[in-house]
Each structure stands twice: as C-alpha cells, then as structure tokens.
Design a protein around this ligand. Sequence first.
Ligand code: ADP
Ligand code: TRP
Length: 334
Amino acid sequence: MIEGKNVLTGVKPTGKPHLGNYLGAIKPAIDMGASAKQHIMFIADYHAINAEKNVEILNKEIREIACIYLAAGLNPDKSIFYRQSDVPEILEITTILTAFTPKGFMNKAHAYKAAVDKNIAAGKPNDDGINMGLYTYPVLMAADILTFNTDVVPVGKDQVQHVEIARDIAGAINAYYGKDLLVLPEASFDDNIAVIPGVDGRKMSKSYGNVIPLFEDDATLKKAVFSVKTDSKPIDEPKNPDEVLVYEIYKAVAAPDKVQEMADGLKNGKLGYGHIKNMLLEAIIEKTAKEREAYNYYMSHYDEVQKILDAGAVKARAIAAKTLQRLKEAVFGF
Ligand code: ADP
Ligand code: TRP
C-alpha cells in the first residue's frame, strides 16, 4: 500500500516514548522505510518551542528522540532523517502557504481548540497562554508535509485533521495557479494496530501517567511492570486470562507460544500475579533489549548521531529547494 509512495512523519521531541508509542507508532512508521519510495522522518523542533522554551530541556529532548529513532531501527541509508530547524526552506514555504490559508482553518484546528477548551474549563480567558506558534501550527505542519511531495502521512488519530488542512491548502494553491504544484497528501491511520493498555487498564498514555517506559533503566522498567493492576486472587485460583491486565499487555509483546503458556497457567491456577509480572518484564526486556542498548550507545556517541542528522538535512534541503523554486516561480512569475 505504500510501495511507490512518498511517506513522511514528524516527531515532536517531548519526552521519551512509552511502550504504547513504541509499538503503536514508532515501529510501524520506521518499518515503512523498507518499502516506501521516499521515506522521511524528522524531528519537529520548531513545533516543540511553542510549548518548551527551556534550552537545556529542549536540547536534551531533541537528542533523546534522535537516539531513540536510530536505536529503534531507522536506517539512514534508506530514510531521510533530519531536524526541521536545519531545513530553512520549510519556513519560506510556510510563508507562502500562509497567504493561502483561511484564518478559519486555524480557529477550528484540533490542537488550538483543545488549548482553548482547557482554558475555559479552568475559568481562564479563551486565549490565555496561547502563542501564535500554537495557533498557526497547522500551517507549519502543512509545509513540513508539502515541501517533500508527500503522498502518505502515518499519524495518530488526533493528527488526521492537520493532514487534511495540509491537503486543503495544497488544493487551494493548485487551483489558484491551475497546475499541480503540490502533491495532495493523505493521512494513514492503521485501525488494526492494537491499543496497549497502561498499568491502570486505561489506554497507555503520557497524560494518564500510566505508562511503561522503555528507555529508562531496568529498575524503573521493573517498577512500572510490577505496578500493573491486579485483583487479590490467590495463585491457585483459576483465572480468566481475558480479565487479567498483565496478560493483555503480554499479548502485545510476547511470542504466541509464550502467550499460550501464560493463558494456560492462569486458567489452571498454576501462575500467580508475581509470576506473570516477571514473565511480562522478561518479554519486554527481550523484545526491546537491542533497542535499549543501541539507545545508550547513541546517547554516549552523539557525534555519530549529529553526522547522520547533518547528512539527512543535506538530502532534505535538496528536495526542499526544488519545491520552493517551483512555488516561487508560480507566485512571482520568475
Ligand atoms: P500519549 O497518549 O502518550 O500522549 P500520543 O497521543 O502523543 O501519546 O501518541 C503518539 C503516537 O503513539 C500516536 O500515533 C498514537 O496512536 C500512539 N499511541 C499512543 N498511545 C498508544 C497506546 N496505548 N497503544 C498504541 N499506540 C499508542
Ligand atoms: N503535529 C505532530 C504531533 O504533534 C508532529 C508533526 C509536525 C508532524 N509536523 C508533522 C507529523 C508532519 C506528521 C507530519 O505529533
């Protein structure tokens, strides 16, 4: 489905991803690099400054996310990987897109509306603490996408609307100039990807504080796994696996024969909650050991990561310069 297509995803550097992000978003997006015609992943650092101004924190989060993507298997020979702020053409293209973007689109954009709703709920003025970066964020995101002739943007549900805005802006520009200057992108959202539950049984999410972290030390991982909610049934009482949260999470990480083993052990009262938590911990460690090790390597050899990002920016700028030139010729007539 993505063969022959240009695929692009942006990642905001805002904290280390958890098991749910990793299995639900990072891995699938990276894996697309094997079959896409052009595969781009970038660190959306200009998006991040809307919310994070502290230079030390920002810098740390950018480094962490760069190392995590490489550790998770992003292949810089197949995929273009760069920092948004290293590709200034995107900002020039943003300016052109702005002239074709109805202000009403911004009022309706999901990220802005969510911030307003939060203010209203807290009894504050609608636009309290909302900067123009957040307000116009979908235009920058549109430029991120349209600059690279993107066909497909794999995103979470909350980002689908922003991709539709990019498509509408591209459509408006193409219609005005009467030619296909920009590729119309589509969001791809995979409904088949399982939602991983968090330690309290709700969807694993940063905002619920119920995550199993991946790129922390073993002790932190263990603590999270052992905090997965259970009831107080004794070991020998038979349990229905479908009612056991540890089992639900296990299904997402363990091999089918191990999953069967846990199900059988629960049904016939052979496995208690301590056992199955240890099994879950082992499965997570086994599934992500290579990545966690690679992450630590990259963090302590950041010069290598920097070189990869620099080389990625050179490739990205070559594509971006062509799009910018095409647009300027249409806009200014030369
Ligand atoms: P969070 O809820 O932790 O803030 P985001 O909403 O930023 O996570 O999601 C980032 C990406 O990770 C999205 O593509 C989303 O679909 C995926 N994702 C987040 N939580 C889960 C989960 N529990 N299971 C599977 N995928 C998830
Ligand atoms: N807005 C996205 C998020 O919050 C990040 C992002 C920025 C992005 N530019 C993009 C995603 C372009 C896909 C394509 O997660």
